[in-house]
Structures are given as C-alpha cells and as structure tokens.
Ligand binder design. Structure first.
Ligand SMILES: *[C@@H]1O[C@H](CO)[C@@H](O)[C@H](O)[C@H]1NC(C)=O
Ligand SMILES: *[C@@H]1O[C@H](CO)[C@@H](O)[C@H](O)[C@H]1NC(C)=O
Ligand SMILES: *[C@@H]1O[C@H](CO)[C@@H](O)[C@H](O)[C@H]1NC(C)=O
Length: 410
C-alpha cells in the first residue's frame, strides 16, 4: 500500500491535477463536514457542499455564510470556494475573528446581487469584518446589479446604497484579481483597516451611474492600490479622512470623476490624513484628474504630504484641481482643512476646459508648500491657450510649465 502511494505521489509531478483529486479524496474523511484538504494543507469549503445552487435565482447568502463560518473556525489555512456559475446572494458576512491561519475566499464564478431591495438592508452587501489575514481573489465577478437601485441614490458623499464589498477593521487583507460590475453604492470601501493591498481589479459601471465610486478609503494605515482598471459614475478612487501611508499606482481611470483626496471635512468627527502617493496613472475622459476637495465648515484638520506624479490625462475637464469650496453653497464658514506639502509632478496630456489648473484654497488656512513641476497640458478642442485659476495659495514651480495666467498662483 505504502509503495503504491509513493508511486502515485511521484507521478503527481507529471499529472498534478488528476492526482490532487486522488489525494483530496484520500484525506477527505478526516476533515470537517463539507470540507476537503488541498495538497498545500489548506482546508477547502466548497459552497455547493453547503447547498449553494448556481441557478442564478436561489438566495445563497446563508450557504455562503455557513461555508465562511466553517472556514473561519477551522484551525490553519482555509478556503471558501465559490466555483464557476452564477450564484445569487443577499447579505454575505466574512466576519472574524477567526482561528489562526490565512483565510481565502476564492470567487471563480459570479456573485449576483439580489434584486430585492429588502435583502440589502445593511451598509455593505459583502462585508469582510474583524479579520486578520484574509485574501479575496479568484478571477470571478462581483455583480451587484445596482442598476435596479440607482433611482434611490441621493446625491453627494457616500449616499445611502450599500457598497458591494467592504473591508471593515481588517488587518493584512488582500483583494486581487476580481471583477466588479454595477455596484449599488460604492464598489469597494476600506475602513479602519491596516496593511491592505488591492490589485488586479477591474471595476466597471456606466459613467452616468450615481455615487458608484470605485474604491473609497477612510481611517486606514498602509494601503496599496495598484494595477487596476476603474471606470464608474463617480471617483475612481477617493481617499477620505484618517488615512496615512496610501500608495496608488498603475491605475487606468475613466470614465468618472478622477482620483481624489477627499472629500474632507464634511462631518465634525473627521481626523487628519497624509502621506498619500498617487503615481504612474492614466486618467481618461473624466471630469477631474488629480483632485483634492474639502468642505466648508469643516473641523480643524490637516491633509499633508500628497503627491500626484507621472500622470497622463486624456480629455480631462479639470486635470489639476484643489477645491476647498467643494459642494459648500449652503455653509458660509471657510474650510479649516489645512492642505500642505502637495506635489503635482510630471502631469501631461490634454484638457477639455480652458482652466487646466485650479488651486482654490481656504481663506482661513491657505494652502502651503504646493509644488507644480513639469506640467505639459495641451488643449483638446478648446479655443485659445490653457490657463489657471488660483486663490489663497503660494505655489512654487520646478521644471517646465507651459500654461499662462499662473500669476495668482505664486
Ligand atoms: C508637451 O506635450 C506635447 C504633446 O503631448 C509634446 O509634443 C511636447 O514635446 C511636450 N513638451 C515637453 C516640454 O515635454
Ligand atoms: C473659488 O471658489 C469660489 C466658490 O466656488 C468661487 O466663488 C471663486 O471664484 C473661486 N476662485 C477662483 C480663483 O477660482
Ligand atoms: C504647451 O505645449 C504644447 C506642446 O508643446 C502646445 O501644443 C501648447 O499649445 C502649449 N500650451 C501653451 C499654453 O503654451
């Protein structure tokens, strides 16, 4: 017996797939109900073993949550497998804390949102919460079918509709190689988390869909967002209050409202933020490019150490914009968000409006240390030269800038 296993295991080197199934079957009996073990020693919980059906109609929320709880409470690395097929589901909770070992949610197929609004009563459709070491991946698709809900969206801010996927109080979480389609509210929100990486995402919703931000961050430490394609009806990425050490690179953004720091200062409990780097991005057919936005009547707070570098703009309306009067018509008190140590470096491409740099800072706390370096923007179907508009700022220039009307910026 022992010899035959040795020879089978040896032939695994050549016949990896067939043999892994043999090995799995061999050890399955000693594993928890509904589970088998992979060659890597990871316990796998296939949602079909919990009764999930890929008919696109059954609400699989309960089955997926049961598979998660089994994975979460099993000791050592464990994986929830959502195989190929269309799995409709209401509320999904990947909630910890879990027993030790990394937990993976592998989405190979498509998760479809429930078109019935009453099954989406909470603020997130899929919520990863209070988990350390979680990966969500698999190459599949998270389709909230938000088009059924957009008529309920209220303008401005986070709106009222649930995000497709949240990381809430997650440590060492990775979200990679997943497609997102037509969220109800935001597509992804990361809050109160640390050491989070997002990459290989493809996030798509129509350019006119309301409040469908791609990725929103608030109150996190150390987040990386890289190598992703985002086109939605709102900000591709919005970096809110309380975030430190955020690195964004190789994002293709558009349509939408661009990549934004903010909006900041809407609520009285917001906290300072900083050390934000956004580089090597392509922003195309958006209303804004590189943007910082803050509200009037804000709490006293800082936004400091913000760099936009190596950004290509194609047909962008406001390629470079600081707006401290964001959506603030009803409030008279100027913004008290103090913006400093900001760098716009090597920004090139085309603008579809004549004002391609706007630095409109707060009259009580003027912007400080704003650098404009190597800005080469050409006009796309705009008559006359491109120009700029500045208030309450003394920027400094490095390298070459070929815009006119910069006098008020220095
Ligand atoms: C500015 O951009 C234009 C068009 O993209 C390009 O032809 C030109 O060489 C650039 N100028 C500099 C100084 O980089
Ligand atoms: C700054 O924004 C305010 C409010 O929207 C506007 O009234 C003002 O004209 C702007 N200033 C510049 C220089 O664009
Ligand atoms: C900036 O440079 C580009 C290419 O060199 C040119 O087409 C454009 O007209 C320049 N813009 C201004 C305002 O000089």
């Amino acid at each position: 017996m022992a010899t035959s296993w040795v020879s089978i295991e040896a032939s695994c080197l050549v016949l990896a797939i067939a043999c892994s199934m043999l090995t799995i079957n061999r050890v399955e009996s000693i594993d928890p109900i509904g589970a088998h073990r992979s060659l890597a020693g990871e316990t796998i919980f296939d949602i079909r073993k919990f009764g999930a059906k890929s008919d696109g109609r059954t609400d699989n929320g309960v089955m997926i949550n049961q598979a998660w709880r089994a994975a979460c409470s099993s000791k050592g690395p464990a994986r929830v497998l959502i195989p190929l097929g269309n799995f409709m589901a209401g509320q999904i909770n990947f909630v910890g804390p879990c027993a030790g070992g990394k937990k993976t949610v592998q989405i190979q197929g498509t998760l479809l949102g429930d078109p019935n609004p009453s099954s989406h009563a909470s603020k997130a459709w899929i919520s990863a919460q209070k988990v350390d070491y979680i990966d969500i991946t698999g190459g599949g698709t998270i389709n909230a079918r938000g088009e059924n809900f957009w008529k309920y969206a209220k303008g401005g801010g986070e709106g009222v509709l649930p995000v497709s996927l949240e990381f809430q109080t997650v440590g060492n979480g990775n979200l990679f190689n997943v497609n997102f389609l037509n969220s109800m509210g935001f597509h992804i929100r990361v809050t109160d988390s640390h050491d989070v990486a997002l990459w290989g995402l493809n996030i798509q919703a129509p350019g006119n869909s309301p409040n469908t931000d791609g990725i929103h961050l608030s109150s996190n430490k150390n987040v990386r967002i890289t190598d992703s394609k985002i086109g939605t009806g709102d900000d591709c990425i919005s970096i809110g209050h309380g975030n430190y050490d955020v690195f964004v690179s190789k994002i293709e953004c558009g349509p939408g409202h661009g990549i934004s720091v903010g909006s900041l200062g809407k609520r009285p409990d917001e906290t300072s933020m900083g050390r934000i780097t956004i580089k090597d991005c392509l922003i195309r057919d958006t209303t804004n490019g590189a943007r910082i936005k803050t509200y009037h009547g804000s709490p006293v707070m800082d936004a400091s150490g913000i760099t936009f570098e190596n950004i290509i703009m194609e047909r962008v309306k406001n390629p470079i914009i600081i707006d401290q009067n964001y959506n603030s018509n009803s409030k008279t008190q100027p913004s008290k968000v103090k913006i400093s140590d900001v760098h716009f470096r090597n920004i090139r491409g085309s603008s579809i409006s004549p004002i391609s740099i706007t630095l409109n800072c707060s009259s009580t706390v003027p912007c400080q240390g704003v650098e404009l370096a190597d800005i080469n923007l050409t006009s796309f179907n705009v008559p006359g030269p491109l120009t700029s508009k500045c208030a309450n700022v003394k920027a400094y220039v490095r390298g070459k800038i070929n815009l006119t009307g910069l006098e008020r910026c220095f």
